[in-house]
Design a protein. Sequence first.
Length: 519
Amino acid sequence: MNIHTVATQPFDDQKPGTSGLRKKVTAFQRRNYLENFVQAIFDSLEDFPGSTLVLGGDGRFYNRQAIQVILKMAAANGFAKVMVGQGGILSTPAASCLIRKYSAFGGIILSASHNPGGPDGDFGIKYNTGNGGPAPEKVTDAIYAGTKTMTAYKILEANDVSLDDLGETQLGDMTVQVVDSVADYAELMESLFDFDAIRSLIRSGTRLCIDSLHAVTGPYAKEIFEQRLGAPAGTVQNGVPLEDFGGGHPDPNLVYAHDLVEVMFGDHAPDFGAASDGDGDRNMILGQNFFVTPSDSLAMIAANATLVPGYKSGLAGIARSMPTSAAADRVAAKLGLDCYETPTGWKFFGNLMDAGKVTLCGEESFGTGSDHVREKDGLWAVLFWLNIMAARQESVEAIARAHWQEYGQNYYSRHDYEEVASEPANQLMENLRALLPTLAGQQFGSYRVDFADDFSYTDPIDGSVAMQQGIRIGFTDGSRIIFRLSGTGTAGATLRLYLESYEAQVSKQGQDPQAPWLS
Ligand code: G1P
Ligand code: ZN
C-alpha cells in the first residue's frame, strides 16, 4: 500500500456556510483545494478508523473526479469501508438514509444544492454526522479551523475505482461498496406511505407531472412514481441527471421550474405537479392552477399527518425556521404540540429530532422533512401530499382551502436581492438593528408592532447559542416582516426580505390574483 503524505498550503476561503463548502467549480479545481478540505474533515473526526463512510453526490460536473480523490483519501486516513452510490449518485436524503440504516460513522455529500452546475457553475461538499444530519456548528468550526493550518494531506496512490458496477472492490485496506443509489431510499418511502392508496389514486385517473430538473431525483422519481406506483412513463420529466442540469438552475420554485409551471398553469393541467432541486432535498408542490407555499405545505402536512401510515400515531412536535410563516404554529397550537422556531438551515432541526421533540420540520425555502432522515426530503414531501390526496379524495386546492378556512391563511412572499455588494448589505442590517429599539408599539396603518428583534436561538438540547439570525418585526395580528443575509451565496451578499400577512376571513383567502405565474 502506498500512502502519500502530500505537503500543502492552507487556503483562506474554506469556511463552510449553511450547507457545507460551496464554491465555483474552478475554485475546487485549484491544486489541493478539495484535498485540503477533505483532510480537514477527517482531522476534525475522532475514532473513525475502522468505520464506514457514505459517499455520493448530485451528479454535477466534478462529482466523479471528487469522489475518486475522496475514496483514496478515505483509504489513506483509515476508513474500513466507503459505501458509494452507483455512478457517484446519491441524493442528500438518500445519503442520510444510508448513514442511518447502516450505522455509518458519517457521510460526505457532494452538492451545491440548487445552484447551477457545469464547468462554470458551482460545486460543494458537506459532511454529515452519524445521525445522518448536517454537521453541527462545532464540527464545521473545527473543520474550518483545520483548513487554516493545513500543511499536509494523506492520499493512497491507486487506480480509480469503477463507480458503475454494483459490488465491492478493495482500495488498499479499505473496501469500496458501490450501492444501488435508489433501493434503500425507495424502501424507506414504502415503509412510511400507503403506496396501495396512491397507486389506486393514480389508477383512477389522477394525473401527475414530476419535474426532476435534470438533477439527482430523476432515477429516484422514475423508480418510485413510474415503477412502484404505476404512473405512466413520462410522468417524470427532465428525469436524466446531467452534469450541468441541462444549463438550468435546479431550484424547484416558480421561477426556475418554468417547464412545470407552464404545464400546471396551462390548459389541461394535470392534477398534481412537483419539482425537486439539484440534490433532491427541496420540493415544490403544485395543484391544477395552484401553488402551495412551502410554509403552507408544512402546516398542511402537519394537520393531515395522521392520515399517513408512518405518522398515524401523531406527531411529537413541529419545528420551522424563523423566516418560515407561522402557519405551522397554528396547527401545532390546535393539536396541542410544541412548535420550535429555529435559525435558517436544516442543521438546527437535528438536535430536536434526535431528542424526540419534533417529528416534522420545514423551511419557507421549499424544504420539508421529518425524523425519517436528518435532511429535508423533496420526494418524501411529494409522497406525503399524494398520500393525503388519496386519503381525503380531494384536490390540492380543496385541501388548501379547507385548511385556510380552519386555521386562517398566512399570505407569504420572499424577495431576494442577489449578488449585491457586501458592505452596503451589512450596513443596511446594522442600520436596521439600530432602529429595533424604537419600533416596539409603533402603529403603521392598521398594523401595530408587537416585537422587533434580531433573532437569536438557544438550542434547547445542547444550550448552544446562535446570534444575529435575522431581523424580525412582528405585528400584533401575527403578520411579520423579516430581513436577513443569506449564508449560501457564492458571490457578494444576498439580502432576503420575507413578508407575511395573516388573513382569517375566508372571503379574502386564496392565491394572490396578482401572482405573476397566474397571468
Ligand atoms: C438557503 C435557504 C435556507 C436553506 C439553505 C440550504 O439559505 O434560505 O432555508 O436551509 O438555503 O438549502 P440562505 O441562502 O438563505 O442562507
Ligand atoms: Zn438542496
